[in-house]
Design a protein around this ligand. Structure first.
Ligand code: GDP
Length: 479
């Protein structure tokens, strides 16, 4: 039943061709079964093996999730402070950390890691996760209970923590790999500042040891899936789960991330008001990492140069009127997202004050301008999620380099974006943008180590499906 041709428009299927289970009450999370009707399905159907592994994960989660008998038992063992390798269920606990785009990517990474290692994923709700996302697994919650014994220590988990796996390796704590010497849990530090020892997480022999731990606590701000594809233990299973490597986050993201009804309201009201009726929808995601307050002329120049050169938007004309044969002019709705409103206002005015050479009518829309990143404000991140999601509903997408916000939009949407190169020295780069090789996110801080030979290696040159990213030369992405 799997089609091998690359791009087919499928009719709407609310379960996304088996990716989603039908075991949920529809009204508790409208986005789960409604999202299909907002999207053009451009991609292949999910692989049947992935579907069967997701169903068996759901069964595992139901058996081992919060407050099940197995969970209670394993928590008791954790409290006792002794290592036990005979627990029913083992877990990976994801700590809520970093910006929303980063969190979405790391949560998908932790879930895939759980799937590969037969662990149960538990999600630290942080300050806003429950306001943003519905439960993805039927019956038993994915959220870590508030009374989880290590909860109060989450803030202190870092490279210096005595339970940090990398730190323990540094002090040779595992030379005698006797079970009695193993701790009851380990913290794995996969944050961008991680060091040589932390990065040994990506080695086979380390995975063997980690496999013995009933509890792994993980903190990361990186999409580390590309490097999982380079670990021999996981390699075979991964190629069965994802015959097409370009679609890893696409499927995981659509499986896991269903906006809550509150956020879904933000998404659908905006979509219906400004985007639904256009002939074509164009997303432009602007994320400026330069210091100083914009808008910057060179960024504006770059956005327009990219959109016009790549034929995504028409040029404006200095004529007073353009007469195009009736019925040939199209309406294009441009959804812009940015922390500031400057770029949006300039582009909107440009297309209002002048006709386009094609006669096409261009509407420019931007839902919010929050000015700066406000990690702990509730509505702020609800809007951020709504905007990532709205971008994913467009037909063509322009994104900014280095931004996980853009990665989430492109991958969820099944879109291979045009990436705006990162400006250097306040100048618009030439060419302004390039088409991405794949829709996958970039792993910004991958290890460059050959675990067997014990020496440095270019991990972007080992296999054809793991390459260096377009927007970050040292990053890795699946293609
Ligand atoms: P990254 O920093 O671009 O990789 O993306 P993250 O999502 O991890 O962190 C940036 C945060 O800044 C987001 O989570 C939002 O809170 C905020 N932000 C950045 N760009 C936008 C935007 O275009 N719209 C909104 N609403 N928020 C944004």
């Amino acid at each position: 039943e799997e089609k091998s041709s690359d791009t087919v428009d499928y009719p709407v299927d609310k379960l996304l061709y088996g990716l989603l289970t039908a075991d949920f009450d529809e009204s508790s999370c409208l986005s789960r079964y409604q999202s299909a009707s907002y999207r053009k399905e451009r991609q292949q159907k999910p692989p049947s093996y992935l579907i069967s592994r997701l169903r068996s994960y759901e069964a595992l989660h139901k058996r081992c999730g919060p407050y099940t008998e197995s969970y209670n038992k394993t928590v008791e063992q954790l409290k006792s402070g002794h290592h036990s390798s005979t627990t029913d269920c083992s877990y990976v606990v994801w700590i809520s950390f970093s910006g929303l785009g980063n969190r979405i990517l790391t949560l998908a990474s932790a879930f895939l890691y759980a799937l590969l290692t037969n662990r149960v994923l538990l999600v630290d709700p942080g300050v806003d996760m429950t306001d943003l996302f519905c439960e993805p697994f039927p019956e038993v919650s994915w959220f870590l209970p508030a009374d989880f014994p290590l909860k109060s220590q989450f803030a202190s988990f870092d490279q210096k923590n005595p339970s940090c796996y990398g730190k323990m390796l540094k002090h040779n704590n595992f030379t005698n790999q006797d079970n009695f010497k193993l701790p009851p849990y380990l913290y794995v530090h996969l944050v961008h500042d991680y060091d040589f020892h932390d990065k040994l997480f990506f080695c086979d022999q380390d995975q063997n040891l980690l496999q013995k731990m009933p509890w792994l606590i993980m903190k990361t701000d990186n999409y580390f899936i590309p490097s999982l594809f380079l670990i021999p233990t996981f390699d075979h299973e991964l190629s069965k789960l994802f015959p097409n490597k370009d679609l890893v986050f696409h499927f995981l993201g659509r499986y896991l991330f269903h906006p809550t009804n509150k956020v879904w309201g933000l998404i659908t009201r905006y979509y219906k008001s400004y985007l639904a009726n256009a002939d074509e929808r164009i997303g432009i995601q602007i994320r400026v990492f330069d210091v100083g307050t914009g808008p910057f002329q060179h960024v504006l120049d770059q956005i327009l140069a990219c959109a016009i050169k790549e034929n995504l938007l028409p040029e404006i004309s200095n004529e007073e009127a353009i007469i195009s044969p009736s019925g040939t002019s199209k309406s294009k709705a441009v959804l812009m997202t940015s922390l500031s409103s400057g770029y949006f206002e300039k582009i909107r005015d440009m297309y209002w004050e002048h006709p386009t050479v094609t006669g096409d009518v261009i509407g420019i829309y931007q839902p919010s301008h929050e000015e700066y990143q406000q990690t702990h404000k509730q509505m702020h991140n609800q809007k951020a999620l709504a905007e990532m999601y709205l971008l994913s509903l467009t037909d063509v997408l322009i994104t900014s380099s280095w931004s996980t916000f853009g990665y989430v939009a492109q991958s969820l949407g099944g879109l291979r974006p045009w990436i705006l190169y990162k400006p250097e020295n306040a100048k618009a780069p030439d060419p302004p943008c390039r088409r991405a090789m794949s829709m996958e996110p970039c792993f910004h801080a991958p290890p460059f180590y050959d675990c067997k030979a014990k020496k440095g290696i270019d991990t972007g040159a080992l296999v054809p499906h793991v390459r260096h990213c377009e927007d970050m030369s040292w990053g890795l992405k699946l293609v």
